[in-house]
Design a protein around this ligand. Structure first.
Ligand code: CLF
Ligand code: SF4
Length: 528
């Protein structure tokens, strides 16, 4: 059953709906005068040419809202929101919010004053930290006093930091005014369904309007509040991202409808994340054996949503107290005792100067990609390769470059490359190969299987043993683009790959069941 507009309103909900139509009609007077959706082509890998300037200004240094920005800019979370007003079957309160965090206890819950001090400490040490998010460990809006106390102080003391929060959406319609008051112009709502029949398999209960609801009724209220909150935010110009947890067999195909419905309501981005359900986390799904999706299943659902709401594919399912670039965690450097000993100096000019340098590097990366596209593909040498499209895995420590040793990678970024573009499509976590200075050969099969749909892996360096193992699995190890920008390197490798295919030196095989045979890398870019 489609769920979007036909439900009977409940009490305040009815008032809320009336309120939102008023807001929509008077949208230009809100905390921002622009609609949230921008032009239809804007999205996580979009640039300034794809969206209005005022939207670009909001996303250009937000590592979650801009795929390009995540190579250069950092975010941090402060764990000031411990309580939650709903129960998700993928969450255990002893762990971080599974919506926004990978499981693992939050090291320290903070008061708003402690949180503000921590933000100023991180800002003075990490000038590329541009975004402060409140993402749990419970729900930010189930703890409105703590959340908005923190935001209010930061809006005054750290005016250059963008404010961001994530919520399950139940309390959202009541808090939109507060969100706008503190200029929180990025909000994430976790929406896993637009049909309560699906929702009741995910949410056993909610606590709403002083009452506990269960089953279908609970999911229906949550759904209506989520849709209403989304409409209210986009009407006020708040950039709104939707997170969805992909739960195989429960909402996988349904997420295509979710994507359609949130696009209709002006969502800026849709981030489809894999369910994490290890039994040791003690969640309902973990204990009942509900599995998460494979990387390939995740990509298939994301691909099926292409053409709808724009997709974010670089999410790292951060902890609720994460600090640093996406995918790295420096929170251990900023524990309360360490902050006490720090000389905190929040220097706005120094931060701006640093961020300008980062912006220059980012433009250089963009230009390198444009140049590679116009120079790398010599049509006369590449006949018959026009339709080729392959995945490559990249080892990177950040700054948008191929700058990590194979053995030091704990994840690979995955790019889909053809003759028109190198498009970031996700990342794959892997076990560390190099431990204590030595390669752990027993890790290799799991690393290879994590990237077994890729044709090549781009690294700054790689040892003889993993190189042989990758080649045997049909994955080309490539280290001659060390420290180059990623897209440029991927496009140049792909141009060479196409040349080898066009000349007959190499036979192209689709990855998956069909593997390139061992020994096929006899020329060109393969690392000898
Ligand atoms: Fe944090 Fe979320 Fe704001 Fe980003 S995270 S509150 S939007 S600043 Fe980002 Fe982390 Fe994914 Fe969240 S990578 S889990 S999407
Ligand atoms: Fe857990 Fe977040 Fe769901 Fe609340 S909204 S139950 S904290 S996953």
């Amino acid at each position: 059953m489609s769920s979007t507009t036909t439900f009977v309103s409940i009490g305040d909900l009815r008032k809320g709906r009336q309120a939102v139509s008023e807001v929509i009609e008077t949208a230009s007077g809100g905390c921002s005068t622009t609609g949230g959706a921008g032009k239809s082509s804007c999205g996580s890998s979009a640039g300034p040419d794809d969206m209005p300037q005022e939207i670009w200004d909001k996303v250009k240094n937000h590592p979650c809202y801009s795929e390009e920005a995540h190579h250069h800019f950092a975010r941090m979370h402060v764990a000031v929101a411990p309580a939650c007003n709903i129960q998700c079957n993928y969450c255990n309160r002893k762990y971080d919010c599974s919506n926004e965090s990978r499981p693992g206890v939050v090291s320290q819950k903070l008061t708003p004053d402690q949180a503000v001090k921590k933000v100023l400490a991180v800002a003075s040490e990490i000038p590329q930290m541009t975004v402060l998010g409140i993402a749990g460990p419970g729900d930010s809006l189930a703890n409105p006093k703590k959340t908005f106390d923190t935001m209010r102080q930061l809006a005054e003391k750290a005016p250059d930091i963008k404010l961001c929060l994530s919520t399950n959406g139940l309390a959202l319609p009541d808090q939109v005014d507060e969100i706008c008051k503190y200029n929180i112009d990025h909000v994430t709502i976790t929406i896993n369904m637009v049909d309560p029949a699906v929702g009741e398999k995910i949410y056993p209960w909610i606590f709403y309007d002083h009452k506990r609801y269960t089953g279908y009724e609970a999911a229906k209220i949550l759904h209506e509040r989520q849709m209403l909150g989304l409409e209210m935010l986009t009407a006020r110009g708040v950039l709104t991202k939707i997170n969805s947890v992909l739960i195989p067999g429960i909402n996988d195909e349904h997420l295509i409808e979710v994507n359609r419905e949130v696009k209709k309501r002006g969502a800026f981005l849709h981030n489809i994340m894999p369910l994490i359900s290890e039994p040791e986390h003690g969640t309902v799904f973990g204990l009942t054996g509900q599995r998460g999706p494979t990387a390939q299943e995740l990509k298939a659902v994301q691909d099926a949503c292409m053409g709808g709401a724009n997709l974010m594919r670089h999410c790292r399912q951060c902890r609720a107290d994460a600090v640093g670039l996406l995918g790295e965690d420096r929170s251990e450097e900023f524990t309360l005792d360490k902050i006490e000993a720090m000389d905190i100096h929040y220097d706005l000019d120094k931060r701006r100067a640093y961020q300008e340098k980062v912006e220059e590097e980012r433009q250089a990366q963009h230009q390198a990609k444009v140049n590679a596209l116009s120079n790398a593909f010599d049509a006369s040498l590449l006949a018959g390769t026009e339709e080729l499209k392959v995945l490559v895995a990249v080892a990177t420590e950040g700054h948008g470059r191929v700058n990590q040793h194979f053995g030091h990678a704990t994840e690979f970024q995955i790019f889909e490359v053809d003759r028109k573009q190198a498009l970031f499509v996700g990342h794959r976590r892997v076990d560390l190969y190099c431990q204590g200075g030595y390669g752990e050969d027993e890790q290799l099969p799991s690393i290879v299987s994590a990237i077994n749909d890729c044709h090549a892996v781009l690294v700054s360096k790689i040892g003889a043993c993993p190189r042989d193992e990758l080649k045997a699995a049909g994955i080309e190890p490539v280290d001659q683009y060390a420290h180059e920008f990623i897209e440029k390197a991927a496009l140049q490798w792909f141009a060479d790959y196409c040349e080898r295919v066009a000349s007959g030196a190499l036979q192209h095989h689709e990855r998956g069941d069909a593997r390139i045979r061992q020994g096929a890398f006899t020329g060109g870019q393969a690392v000898a």
